[in-house]
Write a protein that binds this ligand. Structure first.
Ligand code: ATP
Ligand code: MG
Length: 358
């Protein structure tokens, strides 16, 4: 039986359309090679350029298409020159997280042997950072108080979201351990020593941890975590943290992987999920066809995994894994990589190399 997946596609701004088109082409190729699934892609408008011409950054119809889809692919949205009236950047991706309640921002950090990294150690790195994506310090966006003398923002941690977030983290650690990749460890990253909100966060983590006695649960302060991500990143398995801390640590993770061009992400809720690269719309290189498409392609690979494609066939690895391995092979070979990775390929050539590998 052929399963049909509806995918909403947000091409976004800047380099967005340039990295989305070849990614969709790769997914189409995959589904042509398989008889058990097929995709229906629906491209929908949203973003800064759309806001500049229409006054709407996330049209209701686009949101509805996203809600009616099995998964959402998003490249990057926002341009420094286009802002809302309060001066903040256009960020429909944040609206999507809130609208669809995508509380778990999943950011894998993987460094395989031979990959360019600023790290001195040769150790292989493979951990997952989970960033809460609907509350925390991002919660007050647009609703903070600003006067001439003081500015104040709110940090919100709720029991309901934290419980779901930690459950997701422990389940993921368990899955990784089953597949032989993880140590069955979840580390709660916080600042419980100075903020009551983080002591609350940590207490809920401990409650959830008690439900998973077979897994290791531990804690780390965010400042120490930043240090250890540089000094001993191979020691981590699953890290879970608040929104703002996760935002900062995921850029650090991208830096360790040799740059934003290889950093994928997924924002996952109970039933919906958005897959997008960690990087922004890179307006400085837009229109030149030189953007690195791999973070987008790796995000699409995470989508295949999340959709459970081929996961019920024990003799095969899933297509998500195959796609990730194809990208890793092209990066390791180093011939068809883009400028940011030290190569000279353009966006299309880099994707063609991945297709070739498949
Ligand atoms: P945002 O606020 O949306 O996170 P940002 O201000 O952090 O955006 P990016 O758009 O991520 O900025 O770009 C940061 C730098 O990284 C830029 O110099 C950009 O050209 C580069 N960059 C980002 N993505 C890519 C990519 N896919 N390929 C090559 N270079 C990239
Ligand atoms: Mg950024």
């Amino acid at each position: 039986m052929t399963q049909k997946f509806k995918i909403a596609v947000f091409e976004g701004d800047g380099i967005g359309p340039e990295i989305m088109a070849p990614t969709v082409a790769i997914l189409k190729k995959f589904s042509q090679l398989r008889s058990d699934y097929t995709f229906e892609f629906n491209t929908v408008p949203a973003g800064a350029a759309h806001y500049a011409t229409t006054g709407e950054s996330l049209p209701e119809a686009s949101l509805q298409t996203a809600k009616d889809s099995d998964a959402i692919l998003l490249s990057a949205m926002g341009l420094p020159s286009v802002r809302y009236e309060d001066g903040t950047e256009i960020s429909p991706q944040i609206d999507l997280r809130k609208e669809l309640n995508l509380y778990a921002g999943v950011r894998p950090v993987r460094i395989s042997r031979g990959q360019r990294t600023p790290l001195k150690s040769e150790a292989e790195v493979d951990f997952i950072l989970i960033r809460e994506s609907t509350e925390g310090l991002f919660h007050s966006q647009g609703s903070g108080e600003v006067s001439d003398t003081v500015a104040r923002e709110t940090l919100q941690i709720s029991r309901e979201t934290s419980e779901k977030l930690f459950k997701f983290s422990f389940e993921l650690a368990r899955l990784r351990q089953k597949s032989g990749r993880g140590q069955g460890r979840v580390t709660c990253v916080d600042k419980a020593n100075v903020f009551r909100a983080f002591a609350f966060f940590r207490a809920i983590f401990d409650e959830e941890a008690a439900r998973y006695p077979e897994l290791i649960a531990d804690h780390a302060y965010v400042d120490a975590t930043a240090l250890w991500m540089v000094e001993k990143p191979e020691s981590f398995d699953v890290l879970v943290t608040e929104n703002m801390f996760g935002d900062i640590l995921s850029d650090l993770g991208a830096g360790l992987m040799g740059g934003l061009g290889l950093a994928p992400s997924a924002d996952i809720g109970d039933t919906a999920a958005v897959f997008q690269p960690c990087h922004g719309s890179a307006p400085d290189i837009a229109g030149q066809g030189i953007a690195n498409p791999f973070a987008m392609v790796l995000s699409a690979a995470m989508m295949l995994e999340w959709l459970g494609i081929n996961h019920n066939q024990p003799t095969m690895v899933g297509d998500g894994t195959l796609l990730r391995l194809a990208v890793e092979a092209v990066v390791a070979r180093g011939v068809y990589t883009t400028r940011d990775l030290g190569g000279s390929a353009n966006t299309e050539q880099a994707c063609a190399a991945v297709l070739e590998h498949i």
